[in-house]
Design a protein around this ligand. Structure first.
Ligand code: TXA
Ligand code: MG
Length: 303
């Protein structure tokens, strides 16, 4: 079953039924060693699903749940190894979307859910995206409208002595640091298994190339001359002259407006048949850090 959260749509199953959890991996085409996030109804569930919890875990849960934050903690015996891909830690999150809240509180247990897209592709931010990605393989899609944040949750590992930011997302790093009272360590351990950290993740079909605003016009013109179908995402000052057959999507407005539009825009450029998408990067603070992270990964090497 797919359901909306404030970040992206999730493909959910009872976290305590190993068989259902295995089906998620099969539908997504995701390697069984890549861990899933367990979604919970309330911050009070933290102690039931995690163990040996740190002060930082409780502080962050209290400050940001329900909301777009995933905490990596030691797993309790309640969490099957199928969910964690064999790890002794588990990702927990209490979403704030009203439909997710009702689903989770009515169900009462934990719902293991990755984003409801095929492995490596752009995450779905509407029910239509889920249907177009996963089609008949999902028996039910709860339609809660477009996601209000539009990029995945921020992931913080609080299972060790120092909290580590593993993935920038819907809660800005600055807000976490304010609650923690100090700078947050950034991910650096290549040993951590997390598909969201693969360079080619969150990628549309088209090749994404990051360019500075000043190079845009020239690069686009060269690609057009070479006969490529070109798309442009949020690049350059208004009015940069671009050939008529270039598909343009601008992510205007606040950081939140941009985050909300990001995946939809990448999908639209794919649908327009673009072979190359040129994009610039936003300033890397607030939600801009998550947007830049996803664009870098979309531009990363494909395997
Ligand atoms: O916003 C979100 O987080 C969405 C919604 C549906 O909640 N979910 C999502 O799930 O993005 P997914 O599976 O696409 O990405 C979850 C990330 C992966 O990079 C995974 O490796 C990481 O969380 N993760 C989960 N458990 C982990 C663990 N124990 N240690 C390290 N990383 C973990
Ligand atoms: Mg995902």
């Amino acid at each position: 079953m797919a359901f909306p959260t404030e970040t992206v749509y999730g493909l959910g199953a009872d976290a305590e039924r190993a068989e259902s959890v295995r089906r998620i991996f099969a539908i997504k085409g995701r390697p069984a060693t890549h861990p899933l996030i367990v979604h919970l109804a309330s911050a009070e569930d933290l102690s039931g699903w995690g163990k040996s919890l740190s002060q930082a875990a409780f502080r962050l849960a209290e400050a940001f749940w329900p909301g777009p934050l995933t905490l990596i903690v030691q797993r309790s015996a309640r969490v099957p190894l199928e969910v964690t891909g064999g790890l002794e830690t588990v990702g927990l999150r209490v979403p704030s979307h009203p439909v997710a809240k009702v689903l989770l509180s009515t169900f009462g247990g934990g719902v293991a859910a990755p984003s409801a897209n095929r492995f490596g592709a752009v995450s779905p931010t509407t029910a239509e995206h889920v249907v177009s990605d996963l089609g008949d393989e999902v028996d039910l899609v709860l339609d809660g409208g477009p996601c209000t944040i539009g990029v995945e949750s921020t992931i913080v590992d609080v299972s060790g002595e120092t909290p580590v930011l593993l993935r920038p997302g819907g809660v800005p790093a600055e807000a976490l640091e304010e609650v923690l009272g100090g700078a947050l360590a950034r991910r650096g351990s290549p040993a951590v298994r997390a598909p969201g950290m693969l360079p080619s993740h969150y990628a549309p079909r088209a090749r994404v190339e990051l360019v500075g605003p000043s190079e845009l016009a020239e690069r686009v013109a060269a690609a057009c001359v070479a006969g490529r179908k070109v798309g442009v995402l949020d690049v350059g000052p208004e009015g940069t002259p671009l050939p008529e057959n270039v598909a343009v999507r601008r992510l205007a407005g606040s950081d939140l407006d941009r985050a909300r539009r990001l995946y939809q825009a990448l999908r639209e450029l794919d649908q327009a048949g673009c072979e190359i998408i040129y994009s610039s990067l936003p300033e890397e603070r607030g939600l801009g850090l998550a947007i830049a992270d996803r664009l870098r990964r979309a531009a990363g090497p494909r395997d």
